[in-house]
Ligand binder design. Sequence first.
Ligand code: DX5
Ligand code: ZN
Length: 215
Amino acid sequence: MAKIAPSILSADFCELGRDIQRVSTADWLHVDVMDGMFVPNISIGVPVVASIRRHTYMFLDVHLMVEKPVRYVDAFARAGADLLTVHLEADMPPQIREALRAMEAAGVKKGIALRPITSAEAVLPYLELGVDLVLVMTVEPGFGGQKFMADQLPKLQAIRRYIDRYRPGCELEVDGGVGLSNARQVEEAGASVLVAGSAVYGAADPAAAIAALRG
Ligand code: DX5
Ligand code: ZN
C-alpha cells in the first residue's frame, strides 16, 4: 500500500494549522518550497516550515523547487524537515552531491527530484550514493491542480527497476496531478508515495479522499 502525502500547496494558508489537522490521517505531509527562479511561482520558506514543525508530528517531506538548493539544506533541516528533496536540474552534479552530503550531516533523509524532461538514467549515480527517495514529477513543477502527464509512467517503471536492483528500500514518490482516476496506475508502475494536493484539499472530506487514494 502506497503512502499518501497531501501537498499543503492546495491548503488555505490563512488556515494552515486547521488544514494540516484535516490531513493528519495521511502518512506524510508534502511541503512545496518554490523560489520564483527554478519555477515561476513563489510559495513558502523556512519560517513556515518551522511553524509547521511546532504544530504537527507528521513526517515533513519538503520538496525544494529552488536554484542551488545546497544553500538551504541546513536551514530547512534546522526548521524541522524530516526529508529534503532537491531537483537534479537545479545545480551541477557536484553541488547536488554536496547538498546530499549536507542532508546526511544534518540527519535528514535525502531525496532527489526529476522534472518531466529528465530521463530515468539520471538517478543511477545517486542511487549509488544512497538516496532515500526519488521524486518523479508528473506535471511541470510550479503549480498545483495541473493535469497528470501519463507519458511519465514508463520512466516511473524504469526507475522502479533501478531501485529494486541498486537501492531496494528507496522510496519512489510521484508528484503532480495524482488523484483517484490514476492512483492505482501510478502504484502499479512502482510508486511507493503518492503526493496529492488538489485531490485531497479539493475533496469535501479530505480524510475520506486520503483513504480512497490508499486503495
Ligand atoms: C507542483 C508541486 C506539487 C503540487 C501537487 O509543483 O510540486 O506537489 O502541489 O498538486 P496537485 O496534486 O494538485 O497536482
Ligand atoms: Zn511537490
